[in-house]
Design a protein around this ligand. Structure first.
Ligand SMILES: NC(=O)c1ccc[n+]([C@@H]2O[C@H](COP(=O)([O-])OP(=O)(O)OC[C@H]3O[C@@H](n4cnc5c(N)ncnc54)[C@H](OP(=O)(O)O)[C@@H]3O)[C@@H](O)[C@H]2O)c1
Length: 418
């Protein structure tokens, strides 16, 4: 029989033996799932039933329904998801229709963050075997991949093997699921050549003598940006609400300021006195403007990498359509963007909006998931942050999770167990 790829679908239950349901590693079943139980006539009957939380149409609520199971391509793995996390972009897409991710066709499967066990590997994959516990960035919503099989919100997700990393034994699936899009987005802004182009992270960083500004350090993206920048040899100055000052310091920030404080911009500029700025990562609504002010006043890299639109989508009505609120929001968005561009140009500061999946198309994706994260997680130097906030079990809870996150989270990430 020809061995096309390794598969976990034998007569016995596949690989759930490698992890108990709490998500912590348990004893590994010694029975290997043979390389040969691959694509042959009988395999199709063993393909598992998949189901997904589908976004059936523009502005519609998620619906849990059957989904087809796709076997991995050459450089792909299939993961049986045990925990998935919700990101603002998921409910932004639902609320705003085709304003963003206009390439996504309906019905669609959203979601970027998965943690689970490998059930099939493609023929060119050597990093993973069936039964491995992994976290991964699901790319179904990205323009380049754009396919429901690669969305997170389903039982089985197809991942590019180099966008996944092993989960250490002591880390639960729920914790691991908080990482992928936060890590990826931070890495895009910090390390891509057309963004801040920082020195790459390692488990024994060489100090650069430079300082990075992370505006919004307690966000999910910020929690990862702080850790990545410190691992790359930078000092980090950040902002957060006072309740999260200790949290961001524990992640490695040297100084933290309240972004709601009246003198925050001035305070941050003073903190940079005598330092060389490595640039700024602006996270959260309204974060780009103060970052421009700080970078303008400092010596060093005059670059602001931006993750967030300058307006909030939270208040848009459910159900969509051309409401007055929606039109007013678009007008505010256009005005705020124009003002940012003008301010940056006048001060000769470069700015660029981040797409958190673009690292999959360049060397940064592999550098993060293959070279850095695998070692740094195993080593305990990199932690899964923020803490997961588990809103329920089953795909039906993902829509609930959208609502919970939309109402606001503080240094927590919405996670659904599967
Ligand atoms: N461009 C991309 O590809 C991409 C990808 C992922 C996320 N994003 C964007 O990045 C932002 C953060 O996403 P996330 O998932 O990391 O969010 P999150 O963790 O859900 O954000 C919650 C945190 O936001 C902080 N926050 C609220 N308003 C803020 C402000 N004005 N300035 C700074 N921090 C503020 C709060 O901090 P305190 O509790 O300390 O007040 C809270 O801890 C969002 O705008 C999201 O849309 C963009």
């Amino acid at each position: 029989m020809t061995a096309y790829h390794q598969t976990g679908f034998g007569e016995q239950r596949p690989v759930s033996n490698s992890a108990n349901h709490s998500g912590l590693a348990g004893p590994v079943d010694p029975r290997p799932f043979s390389q040969s139980s691959a694509i042959d006539g009988s395999r199709m009957s063993r393909v598992p039933d998949n189901e997904a939380a589908w976004l059936p149409a523009k502005h519609a609520k998620l619906e849990v329904k059957a989904a087809s199971y796709r076997s991995p391509g050459k450089n792909e793995i299939v993961v049986k998801n045990h925990a998935v996390a919700v990101n603002p972009v998921d409910w932004f897409k639902q609320l705003t229709g085709n304003l963003m991710f206009s390439w996504i066709k309906y019905p669609s499967i959203l979601g970027s963050d998965v943690a689970g066990e490998v059930v099939e590997v493609g023929e060119a994959v050597s990093r993973f075997s069936v039964g491995d516990r992994v976290l991964g960035h699901a790319l179904g919503m990205s323009k380049e991949r754009n396919t429901p099989a690669e969305g997170a919100f389903q039982a089985y997700t197809v991942l590019l093997d180099y966008m996944a990393a092993p989960i250490p034994n002591a880390m639960s699936y729920e914790s691991a699921a908080v990482l992928p899009l936060g890590v990826s987005t931070a890495a895009c802004g910090l390390f891509q050549k057309d963004y801040l182009a920082l020195q790459h992270p390692s488990i024994s960083p060489k100090p650069t003598g430079k300082t990075l500004l992370v505006w919004g350090g307690s966000t999910s993206v910020g929690s990862n940006a702080i850790q990545l920048a410190v691992a790359a040899g930078y000092e980090v100055i950040t902002t957060a609400s006072p309740r999260n000052f200790d949290y961001v310091r524990r992640l490695g920030a040297s100084q933290v300021f309240d972004y709601n404080g009246k003198t925050v911009v001035w305070d941050v500029i003073k903190a940079f006195n005598g330092k060389t700025v490595a640039g700024a990562l602006a996270i959260g609504k309204g974060s780009a403007e103060p970052c421009l002010d700080v970078v303008h006043a400092c010596q060093g890299n005059k670059f602001v990498a931006m993750t967030s639109a300058p307006v909030a989508f939270e208040g848009l009505p459910d159900g969509g359509g051309m409401s007055l609120q929606f039109i007013a929001l678009i007008a505010r968005l256009v005005r705020a963007n124009a003002s940012l561009v003008l301010k940056a140009r006048m001060r000769r500061i470069r700015t660029k909006f981040i797409f958190g999946d673009s690292l999959a198309n360049n060397e940064v994706g592999r550098m993060i998931y293959v070279d850095f994260l695998s070692k740094a997680l195993a080593d305990g130097r990199y932690v899964a942050a923020p803490e997961p906030s588990i809103v329920g079990h089953g795909l039906g809870c993902i829509q609930v999770g959208f609502g919970v996150q939309r109402r606001g989270m503080s240094a927590r990430k919405v996670v659904v167990t599967l």
